[in-house]
Design a protein around this ligand. Sequence first.
Ligand code: S3P
Length: 172
Amino acid sequence: ARAALGQRNLIFVGLMGAGKSVIGRLVAQMLGVPFLDTDGEIERVSRMSITELFNAYGETEFRALETRVIERLLKQGPRVISTGGGAFINESTRGQIKTGGVSVWLKADLDVLWERVNRRDHRPLLKTANPKQSLENLMTQRYPIYAEADLTVLSENVRKEIVANDVLKAVA
Ligand code: S3P
């Protein structure tokens, strides 16, 4: 898989709870390339948490910052990059990701995603009266768009090593 990637980036996209950061970190180790998480990078440059950014500036400003950060990150390859769930949904960011490397959609069904996000409280888009319903609505809106990624890998196995291996097989 490392040879197949060449100098290109490997970029994970998909909904919250799909395992983009966990699987991304593991795949980066296996490939021997640096790992970067776009949300982490946004938090680092803004010195604010994602929740603070949403509260202070709103989603539109967050998306603009996300686009700028991703554009910069994609310039140096090869790397494994995990993106926030909305990055690939934004048309200009999606264009950058499509040209910036090989995109992988980590896909899982609602109950798997919900099980993974349910105990965390750092997701502004799920601070609603019915967060599971909100997650389902995002699935409905976004799945046709995530399907435009170069590769799709099912991310439902509890053993992250298995999912990471499936990613490597898909890339190779
Ligand atoms: C978002 C997903 C989050 C974060 C922000 C918005 C989204 O990232 O970027 O809360 O629009 O789906 P994760 O997918 O890493 O949770």
